[in-house]
Design a protein around this ligand. Structure first.
Ligand code: F6P
Length: 326
């Protein structure tokens, strides 16, 4: 493999708090180790459009505390085509970029994997998504901040839920994964979480009602993971209105509120550790791996594993939630 002199960084897919801390860490760690750095704007789209700027340490000053991504982000259809990826490769050669660090979620790492294998090009992935749905890492960058935002919101909804004695379905993000819903429910003291991982096994709503989830309570809060499988908060509220008209039901969809805001200390530290690890990985000759965090240890997870394997939900937490909601 030719020696790596210049590293390109991009953020792709949904933004996540802590992406800026990761960009800062990759940039400074790379410069510290003698590499040149190029910031690629708007994800893979910027690679195709040659939207690329040389990064010095000053380019990443004063960003560790900012949500979003200074590099901007996009979901790029063109990069899913052979022609798009060929164009991106030409730009990479023209810019003298020898390796890429891609910060993003499942879709972004899928694109990275394809590009890396087609062009035999070294790429290191950083798990950047609020969904926490990447296999091989305990936490993804942005997840902790989103979880805290959810907790903050639910605390406020609880005030009105209690005052009016209402049943609230609060929909949270997660793209077919229940990490935010389940952990958000535990953290905010919600009565239940309805998650896609067990949706085909049990009718979670019926179970909830049969268990008499409101018998000893004046109000109830149920967190629902967005997903066609759960039916979403709207779908569940509709069902309750039809099947159990005695309940006064309301719905709140937290939406993109969950993706913004200044990253928590945990996300800043995770992003900083992972950014430095990405540069170490390149120095060690690693390629086509995602940086993971396994019990506080940095691990290298092959793209194939991170993307293809389904990250299991902690079923013990579901049981804890059941016990705590009596
Ligand atoms: O993957 C992050 C995420 O926020 C998901 O939780 C959600 O399903 C999706 O992105 C929303 O995407 P968009 O911002 O493109 O609507």
């Amino acid at each position: 493999m030719a020696a790596i002199k210049t590293i390109g960084i991009l953020t792709s897919g949904g933004d996540a708090p802590g992406m800026n801390a990761a960009i800062r860490s990759v940039t400074r760690s790379a410069i510290f180790s003698g590499f040149n750095v190029k910031g690629i704007y708007r994800g893979y789209k910027g690679l195709i459009d040659n939207d690329i700027v040389e990064f010095k340490t000053q380019n990443v000053s004063n960003i560790i505390q900012q949500g979003g991504t200074i590099l901007k982000t996009a979901r790029c259809k063109e990069f899913t085509t052979v022609e798009g990826r060929q164009r991106a490769y030409e730009v990479i050669k023209q810019q003298g970029i020898d390796a890429l660090v891609v910060i993003g979620g499942d879709g972004s790492l899928t694109g990275a994997r394809q590009f890396a294998s087609e062009f035999d090009f070294p790429i290191i992935g950083l798990p950047g998504t609020i969904d926490n749905d990447l296999f091989g890492t305990d936490h993804t960058i942005g997840y902790d901040t989103a979880l805290n935002t959810i907790m903050w919101c639910v605390d406020r909804i609880r005030d009105t839920a209690t005052s009016h004695e209402r049943l609230f379905f609060i929909e949270v993000m997660g793209r077919n994964a229940g990490f935010l819903a389940l952990n958000g429910a535990i953290a905010s003291g919600a009565e239940a979480a309805i998650i896609p991982e067990i949706s085909t096994e049990v009718d979670q709503l019926a179970e909830l009602i049969q268990n008499g989830f409101r018998k000893s309570k004046n109000s109830s809060i149920v967190l629902v993971a967005e997903s066609p499988i759960t039916g979403g908060a709207m779908g569940l509220a509709e069902r309750v209105r039809k099947e159990y008209p005695e309940y006064d039901v309301r719905v709140t969809i937290l939406g993109h509120l969950q993706r913004g805001g200044s990253p928590t200390a945990q996300d800043r530290i995770l992003a900083s550790r992972m950014g430095a690890a990405a540069v170490d990985a390149l120095l060690e000759g690693q390629r086509n791996v995602m940086i993971g965090d396994d019990d506080e240890q940095i691990v290298y997870v092959p793209f194939s594993k991170a993307i293809k394997n389904e990250k299991p939900i902690d079923r013990g937490l579901l049981e804890t939630l059941r016990r705590l909601s009596i």
